[in-house]
Ligand binder design. Structure first.
Ligand code: SAH
Length: 246
């Protein structure tokens, strides 16, 4: 009798437990499916709704395809699609998804463009851009981060991303000029060599200022003139290297 009661109890527990468990018809079955659903929700809620208003269809599509969870370390993987920056090691962070989408949209990326990024970090921003333009050149000052990003991009098939270890202050002269430049670490002054490596009519998006008072600036190069517009208050990790001596 005791055994019967126990069996019945187990049956009831597993029956009631079912609805909340993955593996039922309406829930994702694999981890990849779960992340895909989270990514879709991230795009719909954090980029389109909540008054954020990212509109560029190609940018939204790239954000809905690139597997952000494969660019972050294991211990934060379950937070990959949260509305927040995440630590990627060496005291650095991957930006909040909204900031990645916003900066990408500001550059108005076109299929034939060649883009320079300063601050590869995880390689995620470079991968998003690589879906929208012809070539992405990215420089990272911390060697192990550069190597990891290189490995991730290669493994996931982002073959038009070219990463090198170095100080991005001087840009990438051999590959210049660029249609656009994206800087994902914050100097206190805009590095002159980067302006020089921007094409006529090209755009640069860059956070400028000390950590407690930064703004994202959109620069447009028009002849000898540089148009400069503050577009969003932000908080990025400081740019290191040569800029610190300026
Ligand atoms: N875009 C990245 C996030 C970048 S975090 C992503 O998608 O994950 C900022 C990065 O800029 C850090 O990895 C930091 O090491 C790098 N960095 C700081 N100063 C730099 C410099 N002078 N040149 C190149 N990279 C730099």
């Amino acid at each position: 009798m005791d055994k019967m009661f126990y069996l019945l109890l187990m049956l009831l527990i597993s029956w009631f437990g079912c609805g909340a468990k993955p593996g039922t018809s309406s829930s994702p079955t694999t981890e990849e499916e779960r992340f895909a659903l989270e990514r879709k929700k991230m795009v719909e809620e954090q980029l389109i709704s909540w008054g954020r208003g990212i509109k560029n269809k190609r940018v939204l599509e790239a954000m809905s395809k690139v597997p952000r969870h494969l660019f972050v370390p294991d211990d934060v993987r379950n937070h990959a699609y949260d509305d927040t920056p995440l630590p990627i090691g060496y005291g650095q962070t991957i930006s909040q998804p909204y900031i990645v989408a916003f900066m990408t949209e500001q550059l108005d990326p076109q299929p034939g463009h060649r883009v320079l990024e300063i601050g590869t970090g995880s390689g995620y921003q470079a991968a998003v851009l690589s879906m929208l333009v012809a070539e992405v050149y990215s420089i990272e000052i911390i060697e192990p981060l550069a190597l990891r990003a290189q490995e991730t991009c290669k493994r996931l098939g982002y073959t038009n991303v070219f990463i090198k270890v170095g100080d991005g202050y001087r840009g990438w002269k051999e590959k210049a000029p660029f249609d656009s430049i994206i800087v994902t670490c914050a100097p206190e002054k805009i590095p002159e060599p980067l302006i020089e490596q921007l094409k006529e009519g090209g755009k640069m998006i860059i956070p400028v200022g000390p950590i407690w008072d930064q703004s994202l600036y959109l620069l447009t190069k028009e002849g000898k003139e540089i148009k400069k517009q503050a577009v969003l208050p932000v908080r990025f990790v400081p740019m290191k290297g040569e800029i610190e001596q300026k």
